[in-house]
Design a binder for this molecule. Structure first.
Ligand SMILES: [Zn+2]
Length: 452
């Protein structure tokens, strides 16, 4: 009897613990790893055609940060955020293929988001023809790209090893830093009494908390070009300052920034370090408010669907037209762009008539939807997606391939930089054909229906 009693006591002592362990196993697991990716030698800075020399030191380090999520059924997903202007399709494919193998995660469940900082290093095949690069500059860029790819792959492996049971929360905050740069002229910004949209002021936030209540990671996004700074020092721009500020506010926590539909949104006014800090701190305060308030707990179930669609381009310019453009330009990136296309004509190579494999991903973390798109998506996409799927969804741009601007139908019709001429900066022969917005939105709809 005594033995039975003791056994029962032991059982009852252990039961709650055993239950707790079972409950833990059925929750989320998240692993985190970060790497300083600041170039160790002077390199060309990305984003502006007007720079005339390589970098001169760092304002603060550039980061690559990686989170691996695992739900109750052991479905794994990987999110990488980079203080980089953009990555090309080949780079992305190579890194994601390796991560897929090393971290045992399907390709559809790997997102690499670029913050689009204009004070990060140039990578191969992204806007490269806009910079006046010599052979040596190009060699440094190529070797940095190889090193970076390896760092990202290693990050995913380290993040898997770091996995531990966590709770996951989500909520949108708000920040009004962004200004629609198509609807408001930068030169008038100080005197404008009213700023015109469209905008999406949402600040999507994921909170990752260990079971002991420690804040492990904060993932936050915003739709706005990191173009406050245009100098020669490495920095993550306002997004870098926001991450630094959050990591100061919550010691021991890592903050990961992702770029949203910021294609036509600028931080205005801009061009001083103090403004970059102001916007960073302001965005961090928006995230802090969300973190401190009650957030939506997310059940540990992950679903995803992905597609790579072909986006059509309009008819490219003729050889004669290109020769005229080249002559009129005389130098600069339009000159480079037209020269490259003329070379293609002369070699008998067909010019691109469409862009294959435009990446679209829909992720669902226990009911929290995250829609991710490639390229510099303009804000109209976020506005339309929220009209259709609710204000709570998270929208991510600049992910897995940054091949150009992705205008809405309206922006495409209006033209201007985001609707037309930016295609030249990206080396594409012509603007997108009418109908791409509908193609993208209907694919998103199909993907959402797939995982309902
Ligand atoms: Zn841009």
């Amino acid at each position: 009897m005594r033995t039975i009693l003791i056994s029962l006591m032991i059982l009852s002592t252990f039961l709650p613990l055993a239950n707790a362990q079972v409950a833990d196993l059925k929750g989320w697991k998240v692993g985190l790893a970060t790497a300083d990716i600041t170039p160790q030698k002077p390199m060309w800075l990305a984003g502006y055609a007007s720079r005339t020399k390589p970098s001169e030191g760092a304002m603060h380090p550039l980061w690559a940060k990686c989170l691996v999520f695992e739900d109750a059924q052991a479905n794994r997903s990987v999110l990488l955020t980079l203080d980089i202007v953009g990555i090309g399709a080949d780079f992305s494919q190579k890194v994601r293929t390796a991560i897929s193998k090393k971290a045992a995660v399907p390709m559809a469940n790997i997102l690499i988001n670029c913050s689009h900082t204009h004070s990060g290093p140039v990578l191969d095949h992204v806007l490269t023809s806009i910079y006046p690069l010599d052979k040596d500059n190009k060699a440094v860029i190529a070797s940095y790209g190889t090193w970076l790819a390896d760092q990202l792959i290693q990050l995913s492996v380290r993040a898997v090893k770091d996995m531990e049971p966590v709770q996951l929360f989500a909520k949108n905050g708000v920040s009004r830093v962004q200004v629609n740069r198509r609807a408001n002229q930068e030169k008038d910004i100080d005197k404008l009494k009213e700023l015109k949209g469209p905008n999406d002021f949402a600040v999507p936030v994921f909170k990752v908390q260990t079971l002991s209540g420690k804040l492990k990671a904060i993932v936050f996004g915003y739709a706005c070009h990191p173009t406050v700074l245009s100098g020669y020092q490495w920095s993550g721009d306002y997004a870098g300052f926001a991450q630094i500020e959050l990591e100061k506010l919550y010691p021991g926590t890592k903050a990961l920034f992702f770029q949203g539909a910021g294609g036509d949104q600028n931080p205005l006014p801009r061009r001083t370090v103090q403004l970059a800090k102001q916007y960073g701190k302001s965005l961090a305060a928006s995230v802090e408010r969300v973190i401190e308030e009650e957030m939506k707990p997310l059940p540990a179930s992950f679903k995803s669907a992905a597609a790579g669609i072909t986006l059509p381009l309009t008819t490219p310019p003729t050889l004669a037209e290109l020769q005229k453009i080249k002559q009129d330009a005389g130098s600069g990136y339009i000159y480079e762009w037209s020269s490259n296309l003329i070379d293609q004509y002369k070699q008998g190579k067909p010019l691109l008539s469409n862009y294959p494999n435009y990446p679209i991903h829909v992720w669902d973390f226990g009911g929290q939807k995250l829609i991710s798109l490639g390229g510099e998506i303009t804000i109209g996409y976020a506005v339309k997606l929220k009209e259709q799927y609710g204000e709570d969804i998270f929208v991510m741009g600049y992910t897995n391939d940054v091949m150009g601007y992705i205008p809405t139908e309206l922006v495409l019709e209006e033209g201007g930089y985001e609707g037309d001429t930016s295609q030249r900066a990206y080396g594409l022969p012509s603007k997108w054909a009418a109908g791409i917005e509908n193609q993208i939105l209907s694919t998103i709809n199909d993907l959402i229906n797939k995982i309902q």
